[in-house]
Design a protein around this ligand. Structure first.
Ligand SMILES: Nc1nc2c(ncn2[C@@H]2O[C@H](COP(=O)(O)OP(=O)(O)OP(=O)(O)O)[C@@H](O)[C@H]2O)c(=O)[nH]1
Ligand SMILES: [Mg+2]
Length: 299
């Protein structure tokens, strides 16, 4: 059986630098916008950020909502609001969905800081690759900050003046030191952790476990599998998917790496339809953290 290797440096040096810079700037900030991935709103909440920004008003923005199940996104927003947070869902690649964010920030900042008519400084932060820079570009209505589909793309703080009375600060994504295993798997599958420090077999296996549990019908139809007769082992499932996609190397063996990568790419890009991978309802067994318990991690 293939072993899943993990030699993950979860907290590269530049993330330490970002954390220090946020700590230095926080007094000048009026409101923090924490961007989350709407498909995994809890896993993509950064406890480190929560700690640093504890004294500030926070607006949680569930981005990439075009890729998530609308009903679950609405349920998450309800739950965050019931816990006393401000929350909103957007799709920053459709700029019209983000236009309300600025007025919401101003309202919250004025209400919670008691200052009105002043310049509002907004810190936009979150884990890597959730769309911080894309949201800022949509708000500014022109491309001011660079965007790429890879975690850790933004390397420096960037101040973007959107009007006389509002400045946004784009920040590099940050992670924290110790994840619960299910949080790490969900972040890895969504592309929030550099793939180069992860094992593609581990990410693909986690992706298949998530799919098999929550969306077995879509998994089966996308890859021509029998829903009621899917192999239980992820390794066998990846082989079968590789075969059904014709990813065969000389000698008739499946190109395993390519098969893993296609699974990872297609789940990230929403090729299997709108899917969510966490529910605010802990009793919802489709998203139980137990699904990862058989995934072997060594390293
Ligand atoms: N489908 C979809 N893709 C999005 C959305 N927002 C951003 N993306 C894509 O997500 C990828 C990452 O976007 P960025 O804006 O660079 O993310 P970031 O949070 O600034 O990333 P870092 O700077 O690496 O931390 C890009 O490929 C975007 O096009 C969205 O609402 N929906
Ligand atoms: Mg960025």
């Amino acid at each position: 059986m293939r072993q899943v290797h993990r030699q993950i440096q979860w907290f590269p040096g530049h993330m330490n630098k970002t954390r220090r810079l946020i700590e230095e700037q926080i007094n000048r900030i009026d409101i923090v916008v924490e961007i989350l991935d709407a498909r995994v709103p809890q896993a993509s909440r950064n406890p480190l950020l929560e700690e640093i920004t504890a004294e500030k008003p926070v607006l949680l923005v569930l981005n990439k909502s075009d890729l998530a199940e609308s009903e679950l996104t609405a349920a998450w927003i309800k739950q965050f609001e019931a816990s006393g947070y401000h929350a909103a869902a957007v799709t920053s690649t459709e700029p019209k969905t983000v236009t309300g964010i600025l007025s919401r920030c101003r309202q919250i900042a004025e209400k919670e800081t008691g200052k009105s008519g002043n310049k509002v400084n907004v810190l936009v932060a979150g884990v890597p690759n959730v769309g911080k820079s894309t949201i800022i570009n949509a708000l500014k209505k022109e491309k001011k900050t660079s965007v790429q589909n890879k975690p850790g793309h933004t390397r420096d703080f960037q101040r973007i003046v959107v009007s006389n009375t509002m400045t946004l600060i784009d920040t590099p994504g940050i992670l924290w030191h110790k994840f619960e295993p299910e949080t790490g798997f969900r972040l890895a599958v969504m592309g929030c952790i550099k793939d180069s420090i992860l094992d593609s077999y581990m990410i693909a296996s986690a992706a298949l476990l998530m799919l098999r549990n929550a969306y077995p019908d879509r998994l089966a139809s996308r890859y021509n599998l029998e829903e009621d007769d899917m192999p239980l082992e992820e390794e066998a499932l990846i082989e079968l998917i590789g075969r059904s996609r014709g990813m065969i190397r000389k000698g008739g063996v499946v190109d395993f790496e390519r098969a893993c990568n296609i699974i990872i790419r297609e789940i990230r890009d929403g090729k299997l339809g709108r899917m969510s991978f966490e529910s605010p309802d802990p009793a919802d067994s489709r998203y139980s953290p137990d699904i990862f318990s058989d995934l072997q991690i060594s390293g």
